[in-house]
Design a binder for this molecule. Structure first.
Ligand code: GLC
Length: 609
């Protein structure tokens, strides 16, 4: 019964809501809607809720492997995707994140992140029924489905926006609308820019509205006004409807931006957390088998708050953006210090803080490193950033990478990077066998790194077949201004022929990734009970990550330097097995690693205290 589920949280939910909105009537309505949604949740999903409640760490198991993709690029539409489930199973996928599928404008729509209707699948992908059917099929195959919940904004063509344009006050109040530029001007004094070159400014003048509307992202993405309880109510219900369709994980798109206040950056404000906590409570009561995954592309010091506390949790999982950025920075600079520092911070967050690890996704790589740590290591933050984006564009002497800049800001000299894993690791630029081998080595090095860290590893579709950049995006009028389309290309199904033939770079990358995942999924030390920490190797180029459980050790060592390097590992000497080659080895004081290579080692013996 809903009443029993809600009892535990009622006081907190009502208190938070009243503190935020002070509106008893809308609160009562929301509670009635929650009950409705609870009653409409189908028995099979309620069974799943029960199982997951009994095993709340289900998504932290070591055999989880995720993948993210655009439905149309991978398989055309939802039905096509359903037919490809065997491929995903074969790869070992247990978590599938599909890019936005809901109704979106034709032409420019920010890859579906401009939503026209939160309750309806876009017809180019299929129907709601087909989505429900896909959820069912995936569930039966043990694959969880993650969908975006684009909560910060709607498309400028959403019904609410259209009615606002027609002058209905109710819907004008759904957005941040100002009759002239006076208030926007004040806002702009402290608001940073998300897309400084592709969509400068945070406000757009709309002719139909005859007013300015807040548009943090693209001008056709109107920011919702969460200070209005009606917006919160509509969005909460829309989110829970997705859960009832059978979606397991909601990716809370751009969640740090949902609360705006004048003279602040309007990011990470305390009320964002009030709203998140309300959403988490609603999930716990209505669809406790579902997870909230926050898209928080912010500095590490902002991240922890998004997990809430152990007693009052918010997100179940966050993207580990800062590890990802540090992976790439360490690769280019051949220096593991910043990465180690970052991992130490993230690992110190505690067990309830779980991250999703990845190398690439549909977005760019934003070079947001920890500037204080950089200075401490004698690295100039701006010069390092310039080095990184030039390196990954292929514009630095000796660079093997091929990528593109994204949102270069002429004033701050900030820029981000686009490109696929394979192209950024050198496969696109490699013409000779020796260079290809090196590129393949780097690709697998990066995947092993991502899989060695505590968290859920996620591939970007195409990574597993070493897909290269797609430079043709510039021929498409709707895409040519957004270089993120460089790494958003049609899945190359022909590549499977190379895999079948067991030869060439595609095969080597594919079998290498599968092997890594296979080892990881069988390895008992990738258990959430394990203690995970980095180890001082006495060498700035070498990173050591240790998983320790019941006196057993998994040790991953990565030499970022192109030259061989030794890692000194006192207290870890003893008999180890190299999990990749299967060979036993005796680790004395340390180990020598070839240039840009890694090892995964496992001990049975308890090392010296
Ligand atoms: C998120 C998405 C990104 C999109 C933005 C606006 O950051 O990952 O692709 O442009 O939100 O919705």
């Amino acid at each position: 019964m809903f009443i029993d589920e809600f009892k535990k949280y009622k006081d907190e939910f009502c208190w938070l809501y009243m503190e935020l909105y002070n509106d008893r009537e809308s609160l009562d309505k929301i509670i009635v809607s929650l009950e409705d949604i609870y009653n409409n949740r189908k028995p099979e999903l309620k069974e799943l809720d029960k199982r997951r409640k009994a095993d709340p760490d289900w998504y932290k198991s070591g055999d989880m492997l995720g993948i993210t993709m655009y439905t149309e690029l991978f398989a055309g539409d939802i039905v096509g995707l359903k037919n490809r489930i065997p491929y995903l199973k074969e790869l070992g996928i247990k978590y599938l994140h599909l890019m936005p599928l809901l109704k979106m404008p034709k032409g420019q729509n920010d890859g579906g992140y401009a939503v026209e209707d939160f309750n309806t699948v876009d017809e180019k992908f299929g129907t709601n029924k087909e989505l429900i059917d896909l959820c069912d099929s995936l569930r039966h195959e043990g694959i969880s489905l993650c969908l975006d919940f684009v909560m910060n904004h709607t498309a400028s063509t959403h019904t609410w926006a259209m009615r606002a344009k027609e002058g209905e006050q109710k819907y004008r109040d759904y957005y941040h609308i100002y009759p002239n530029y006076d208030i926007p001007r004040e806002f702009e004094k402290t608001l940073p820019q998300v897309f400084p070159s592709t969509a400068p400014g945070n406000f757009t003048f709309d002719n139909d509205l005859n007013a300015f509307v807040m548009t943090t992202f693209y001008p056709y993405q109107w920011d919702l006004n969460y200070a209005n309880p009606a917006v919160f109510g509509e969005m909460l219900i829309a989110m829970l409807r997705l859960c009832n369709m059978g979606v397991d994980v909601l990716r809370l798109d751009a969640v740090p931006y949902i609360w705006k206040e004048l003279y602040t950056t309007s990011r990470n404000l305390p009320k964002v957390h009030t709203i998140l906590r309300l959403m988490r409570i609603a999930i716990e009561c209505v669809a406790p088998g579902c997870l909230l995954k926050g898209e928080v592309v912010m500095a590490p010091k902002e991240l922890k708050a998004y997990f809430g506390t152990e007693e009052k949790p918010e997100c179940h999982m966050l993207y580990s953006v800062s590890s990802m950025v540090n992976f790439w920075s360490a690769l280019a600079s051949q220096d593991a210090r910043l990465l180690r520092r970052e991992l130490d911070i993230l690992l110190s967050f505690g067990k309830q803080c779980y991250f999703l690890n990845y190398l690439r996704c549909h977005d760019d790589i934003g070079w947001g490193l920890d500037e204080n740590a950089e200075r401490e290591f004698g690295i100039d933050p701006l010069l390092h950033k310039i080095f990184l984006y030039n390196f990954f564009k292929g514009d630095f002497e000796g660079s093997y990478a091929r990528g593109e800049l994204y949102n270069y800001d002429n004033i701050t000299k900030d820029a981000r990077t686009c490109g696929t894993t394979a192209s950024l690791c050198g496969l696109e630029a490699a013409h000779w066998k020796k260079d290809k081998d090196k590129a393949i080595g780097r690709i697998l090095f990066m995947h092993a790194l991502m899989m060695s860290i505590r968290g859920l590893p996620m591939l970007n579709s195409g990574d597993e077949i070493a897909q290269l950049n797609n430079w043709d995006y510039t021929l498409d009028e709707d895409k040519k201004h957004d270089s993120r389309y460089l790494h958003r290309s049609k899945f190359n199904w022909n590549a499977l022929e190379d895999i079948k033939a067991k030869k060439g770079p595609v095969y080597e990358v594919n079998s290498g990734i599968k092997k890594l995942y296979d080892i990881r999924s069988r390895e008992t030390l990738f258990n959430n009970r394990a203690r995970v920490y980095t180890y001082d190797t006495r060498c700035d180029n070498v990173l050591a990550v240790v998983h320790e459980l019941d006196g057993e050790y998994f040790v991953a060592l990565f030499n970022f330097c192109v030259e061989p390097r030794g890692a000194y590992l006192p207290n870890l000497e003893g008999k180890f097995t190299d999990l990749i080659t299967g060979k036993s080895m005796n680790m004395e004081d340390g180990i020598m690693l070839k240039g840009q290579s890694f090892v995964w080692l496992r001990s049975k013996r308890c090392p010296k205290a």
